[in-house]
Design a protein. Sequence first.
Lengths: 123, 438
Amino acid sequence: MKKRILIIDDEKDLVETVTFRLEANGYEVISAHDGFVGLDKARKEKPDLIILDLMLPKIDGYKVCRMLKFDEKYKHIPIIMFTARAQESDKKMGEETGANAYVTKPFDPQALLTKIKELVKEA
Amino acid sequence: MKDKLQESISAVADNFEIKTMVDDMHRQNRDILERRLFELAAAYHIGKEASSVFDFEKCLRILANRIADLLSVEIVSLMLLDTDKGGLVIKFAKGLNDEIIREAKIKLGEGVAGWIAMTGEPLLIKDLDRDSRFSKRSNGRYYTNSLLSVPLKVRDRVIGVINVNNKITKEVFREEDLDILKTIADFAAVIIENARLQEEARSRDQLKSDFVSNVSHELRTPLTAIKEAVGLLLEGMTGQITQEQKRFLEVAKQNIERLGRLIDELLELAKLDAKKAPAKRKLFDVAGMVKTVASSLSPLAREKGLLFTSILPGVPIEIWGDPDKLTQVVTNLVDNAIKYNRPKGKVEVGVEEKGEMVEITVIDTGMGIPREDFEKIFDRFHRMAMHARGEVPGTGLGLSIVKGIVDVHGGQVRLDSEIGKGSKFSVILPRDIRKSER
């Protein structure tokens, strides 16, 4: 069965391109453009992995991450933090909220695919 | 005979009187001198303490608290001239509630503080009721009708006023109190002015750096989408592309990467501008770091047909600094040495311990840098004529980042260069900057 990935990012163009690449690599992709819908989809659709932007409308990425990672029911879902902020403090905060990996934009597509593969296998 | 005796006695008595008078005078002089010394010492200590603080508010708080201690008063207010608001504003006060602090805005010439700001003269009033210049104070905040206020002056320009009220002993203010406060005010004025200027410069830097940091973020987001879209086309994921299409997509890709590097470097410079000390300083082996950079960049040099050598000590050299930032320094320099070199040229990288310092050298056999450009090459966006024509890729920010990082590590960058022969960049870093910062 195809593994399902949820992308939560308010940049629709980016979501579209990433979706294309992931689908081409054999994943099923669902998406959300804000934190609120993202959290809802994460809970309802139970994806195998979440790619999560930090700066999101309604609920920011850190909060979405925390709410999932501190919930017994969802904490097993691997989360890749996806952001244009590359400062050390942000990275640290991402780790503290329990994200499994951290990818900064602009990103290397191959590195992203490798990371996804690793995390989906682990889970 | 009797008269003689009388005379002698009275002469002795006179002498004695004179002696006591002289003694008294000496004592008084000594007292004055001692008091003056005490004032100066006290003012000096207050000044020293306040000037060691970089935070403006904190600096004012220290001044107010120490003045209160020294003069044994309950209320001290520091008012500064605010040109925007056209008068004096309380910037810090001890013993007054916030409401009074907020509401106290005094025009020049108005009330006691306003009079001082206008005339630049200190004021000691023993009984305000008897001073026709000022109106009476109405509320019951004060024990006595006595007050003491002195101007804060920098180069004869009034920048504010210090007011003190309510001696703990409930006494009236005396001349001695005025002398002490005047002495402190001389020191305090310079310190306050300095702290204010620094604060202004800091907030300007912070604003600029926040701006660049936000802009960088806003630029990266669309760039990511463009990069991904071009990448999908280029990799043929949307279908076969022709050689021509491929060629132009490659051009797009390279320029996207260039823009990405530019944004990273701008962000890096903005961080250096905000004078944020490197966040991750620790003791690390700088020789090992240079070795790592050398081995990661030497393949690139060989690819371009350059002879790459590194002269490294056999033992680790520990220095206190940010390993990531210093790695970037060496990377930028070596990268330049490779980029700006002649065919079949040489690149030499070395590290050497020099007492309390470490010297990292990067030597190339490029075209050399004219002496008049020595300073300019560290400027932002400065690119030498040939490179600006686009013959060699680069952003023109590499060397200013090098300089910025070396600066925050308390080091310096030196340059030796001969036209037609090549250049030598030396980075000299203190091994442990904590020793000089203490």
